[in-house]
Design a protein. Structure first.
Ligand SMILES: Nc1ncnc2c1ncn2[C@@H]1O[C@H](COP(=O)(O)OP(=O)(O)OP(=O)(O)O)[C@@H](O)[C@H]1O
Ligand SMILES: [Mg+2]
Length: 239
């Protein structure tokens, strides 16, 4: 079953085409990584799927529902972590979780979410005093508090040390176990290779390739890692 379907989706800013006529489907329960150079169009694509930006042309269906027709129903079923996200920085972690919990009609239990993102030790610390890794784990927790079917994460691990990245992935993999669909962007090919079921490589608003990491690696002569395949497909470099 598909969680997401895009048909001929285009985004034009002024006279610049940021996303060019993309059509693809994403299977329920998959972790899908969107990769590409700075400015390739990842955030634009993700934010159109989240319903934050409107496509200039084309159709987006989430969980079989056309976004245009029933955006409220769709929004209750998605969770988002934005590339540049603001929360009330003076609030304690427990206060943030309680606040977001009360926003939704069918929220998960706050203790349960804090356990998933492993923040039990920090509930009385103010957001502004957390390290980068713990901030991202908080934002991830807030993204899943409404028990969404689809979770969008725009560069969730950027700037984190290897230990913090692994901790974040541990939480992400817990959602996958529950058959949730996860779509994220990343500039770290090692984590995309390790954790993603499918990779979408975009270049100048076009999909260059969409496939499993292993198939992408095997499709490029001499490529040993996804990073090798990325340089070939996204950067046009010969190995
Ligand atoms: N609101 C906007 N108005 C005009 N141009 C925009 C707007 N948002 C993005 N762009 C342009 O669209 C292109 C794609 O931007 P986008 O932010 O989607 O890239 P990205 O792949 O997420 O990059 P990064 O890796 O740096 O986050 C860029 O050339 C950017 O300058
Ligand atoms: Mg971006």
């Amino acid at each position: 079953m598909d969680s997401i379907r895009l048909k001929n989706v285009t985004k034009i800013y002024g006279d610049f085409c940021a996303i060019n006529n993309l059509s693809f489907n994403i299977k329920k329960g998959d972790i899908v990584g969107i990769v590409g150079a700075n400015g390739a169009g990842k955030t634009t694509l993700l934010e159109m799927m989240m319903g934050i930006r409107k496509p200039t042309k084309g159709k987006i269906e989430l969980l079989g529902i056309d976004f245009k027709n029933n955006s409220k129903k769709v929004k209750n079923n998605i969770g988002v972590l934005l590339q540049e996200q603001c929360v009330y920085k003076d609030a304690k972690i427990i206060e943030l979780f309680n606040f977001f919990h009360d926003l939704y009609p069918f929220s998960l239990n706050v203790e349960e979410v804090i356990e998933i993102v492993n923040l039990g030790k920090y509930i009385n610390v103010k957001f502004k005093n957390l390290s980068g890794g713990l901030k991202q784990r908080t934002l991830l927790g807030l993204a899943i508090i409404n028990n969404p079917e689809i979770i969008f994460l725009d560069e969730p691990t950027t700037g984190l040390d290897p230990d913090a990245r692994r901790a974040l992935w541990k939480s992400i993999l817990k959602f996958k176990k529950e058959n949730k669909t996860i779509i994220l962007s990343s500039h770290y090919m090692d984590e995309v290779q390790k954790y993603c079921d499918e990779v979408i490589i975009i270049k100048n608003g076009n999909i260059v390739k969409k496939d499993k990491p292993i198939n992408l690696i095997n499709s490029v002569v001499k490529a040993k890692t996804l990073e090798d395949a990325y340089f070939y497909y996204a950067m046009g470099e010969e190995l």
